[in-house]
Design a protein around this ligand. Sequence first.
Ligand SMILES: Nc1nc2c(c(=O)[nH]1)N[C@H]1C(S)=C(S)[C@@H](COP(=O)(O)OP(=O)(O)OC[C@H]3O[C@@H](n4cnc5c(=O)[nH]c(N)nc54)[C@H](O)[C@@H]3O)O[C@H]1N2
Ligand SMILES: Nc1nc2c(c(=O)[nH]1)N[C@H]1C(S)=C(S)[C@@H](COP(=O)(O)OP(=O)(O)OC[C@H]3O[C@@H](n4cnc5c(=O)[nH]c(N)nc54)[C@H](O)[C@@H]3O)O[C@H]1N2
Ligand SMILES: [Mo]
Length: 759
Amino acid sequence: MASKPPKGDPVQDAPQVAQPRHAAAGLPAIGHSLRMAQQQMGVRRTALTLLRVNQKDGFDCPGCAWPEPAERHTAEFCENGAKAVAEEATLRRVTPDFFAAHPVADLARRSGYWLGQQGRLTHPMYLAEGAERYEPVSWEQAFDIVAEELGALGSADEAVFYTSGRTSNEAAFLYQLFAREFGTNNLPDCSNMCHESSGSALTETLGVGKGSVSLEDLYEADLIIVAGQNPGTNHPRMLSALEKAKAGGAQIITVNPLPEAGMERFKNPQTPKGLTKGAPLTDLFLQIRLGGDQALFRLLNKLIIETDGAVDEAFVAAYTQGYDAFVAAARAADWDETLAATGLTRAAIEQALGMVLASRRTVVCWAMGLTQHKHAVPTIREVVNFLLLRGNVGRPGAGVCPVRGHSNVQGDRTMGIVERPTPALLAALEREFGFTPPREHGYDVVNAIRALRDGHAKVFFAMGGNFVSASPDTEVTEAAMRRARLTVHVSTKLNRSHTVTGARALILPTLGRTERDLQGSGEQFITVEDSMGMVHASRGRLDPAGAHLLSEPAIVCRLARRVLGPESATPWEEFEKDYGTIRDRIARVVPGFEDFNTKVANPGGFALPHAPRDERRFPTATGKALFTAAPVTFPKLPEGRLLLQTLRSHDQYNTTVYGLDDRYRGIRGGRRVVLVHPDDAAGLDLADGSYVDLVSEWEDGVERRAPGFRVVHYPTARGCAAAYYPETNVLVPLDATADTSNTPASKSVVVRLEQPAGG
Ligand SMILES: Nc1nc2c(c(=O)[nH]1)N[C@H]1C(S)=C(S)[C@@H](COP(=O)(O)OP(=O)(O)OC[C@H]3O[C@@H](n4cnc5c(=O)[nH]c(N)nc54)[C@H](O)[C@@H]3O)O[C@H]1N2
Ligand SMILES: Nc1nc2c(c(=O)[nH]1)N[C@H]1C(S)=C(S)[C@@H](COP(=O)(O)OP(=O)(O)OC[C@H]3O[C@@H](n4cnc5c(=O)[nH]c(N)nc54)[C@H](O)[C@@H]3O)O[C@H]1N2
Ligand SMILES: [Mo]
């Protein structure tokens, strides 16, 4: 049986609400993933495809960036990985006939869910200036159009080259090389909205902007703190690692405004026990207020400093600097302020302290709950202070673990997708390729939107992703995009960014991870880097979704030849023919990739060097790990307002909506819900089931409104609310970003809930 056709666009978002769950995975998860996969791919393809996920001779799951264990199960994937694969390997197709039947204005009225459900893009498509519909074009014509608009620019800095974190190392390396040969560092990427705050804080304090732990470290830890992360939905395979760590004696503290089912109890579908009641994961749940984490870690740090013998003084003396200034700041931490910032009890914090002091090896894991706040960078620096105090960096079982999002977002950065390149990277490119790369810093995501809005950027090119839906301040971003001369998207699936275009627009269809990539020299593989700095190969086996698709490396090579012409000394044709030749160059440009082609032949891949982890060497400005002492801040709420976080449901991958359920939170059949504590709801006179508009309040006085959300009484922290992204991105002001990292503060939006008149 083939795939089932997608259902119609749900006109009415009608969420049904039940009690939230207290355990994740188990048999229902297997059932859900297989059902979704079979709807998209049919039974046979489902079986063939899912068995290849994350196998040593298979492809890397296009879902999250969680690493693969050395010993793999036959089915080394999770429910949500299966959904990500099904979404890509679907048998549904978006052909030129589809575009003939659907003018852009029609597509712009559809939900993101409907757009994604239409299937894989099959042909390069072009929207001419003033035209109502996309029409098929040849690849040559498509590259001519891009070359024409790039050639008409007053300066290379009027072009923006965005990347979403699914792009392979090979494609990413070529893409940044092309942008820089063209003459710009305008290389914003999804990291700017994601872990940029982690990168900023870690580079400054430890000298390396990446996590310092491996899976083995997690297994050896005494204490694992999981703060601001929902692995049950977003990194389900992490639950197996936490289960294993617990079996080895680790304790787990969860810091979150929401009780997330996955952290409460895990039913591992790979074990007999997992099929019945499963294993509890969290030992201590700190139900913190949004944005209270810096205050929490600062107080814990003060208490550690004030406990005799608790500080690892030998480590502090040998490897760190800034300790005295930090101690002075930490001593000033105040119980009352911390209790107000966190909403926690004194007893809970003292219990946490007891566990911290009892642990000789501590790991802190985090994700978007820490990175998407105005004070995200000082918050993560405080986590670093916390680990440095007891010497928990650079030894087994301990360290920093920022858990990455997109499957190759970390690798893309390693390959040079960065708008603020280091002089070392530029020098290496210059040496290897013989051109002078631009030195000025380029635009990140927020600055790219400003440049488009203000007419300073005119061509927007995206290597994957869904920029207009993922970015903040939807109305501002969409208006900015419409001012462009040309918008180009290299995509696998239809999304909203194809419907909100510049004067001219192109959709360039590309191969996904699951597909066979045949080039002049034969079948190619690509490589990716996971969240723990392991690099390995990925090989697709399915036939491509259409005969006209090009791989991402091929698209960049052909575009570069057309745009840069014979002046470019780079062997673009050779790169396209044989990706091994790209890896040979990466080996000479990017530290840690020496002998790349040899090392990646090892089925398990290889680990990139990480100086703090491997040798307790801290490549900061002073060669020491840095204690920092930023003032403690936390969001303050005006009367009658709530602090809204915008987060993911269980049935979505960022802006890709797989379905309308959020099973663990008890929500079904709709996404326009706002979770509010029953006592806050009572104070605001909001019955469960009533409908409200969410109106965000920001210092610019502009009213930002998301209409028609069903109120759900939910056990979140007091004063805090939660609703799904991207429906709520319209509420996040473009200028509301984290200090230093400029990441949109998507987890702290001050809102009022307005009941429509008579409602
Ligand atoms: N299935 C699936 N997998 C994914 C994704 C997906 O959309 N779907 N997205 C991928 C990507 S790109 C990323 S970046 C990751 C995202 O992974 P997560 O960061 O887990 O994703 P979010 O849904 O944003 O969840 C944020 C979590 O932090 C908590 N939180 C929010 N604010 C605070 C705070 O102030 N303090 C604390 N302590 N906690 C807070 C929320 O309650 C929630 O549990 O997942 C990746 N994996
Ligand atoms: N309010 C709010 N906003 C947020 C967040 C939040 O928590 N709250 N999270 C932020 C985060 S962490 C992130 S990472 C960003 C995500 O931002 P993006 O990475 O831009 O968005 P995605 O939704 O992951 O992109 C999905 C699209 O990628 C394309 N695609 C999928 N696979 C491939 C492939 O293999 N190749 C190519 N070329 N294209 C492919 C498909 O066309 C699909 O429609 O969103 C950010 N925005
Ligand atoms: Mo992300």
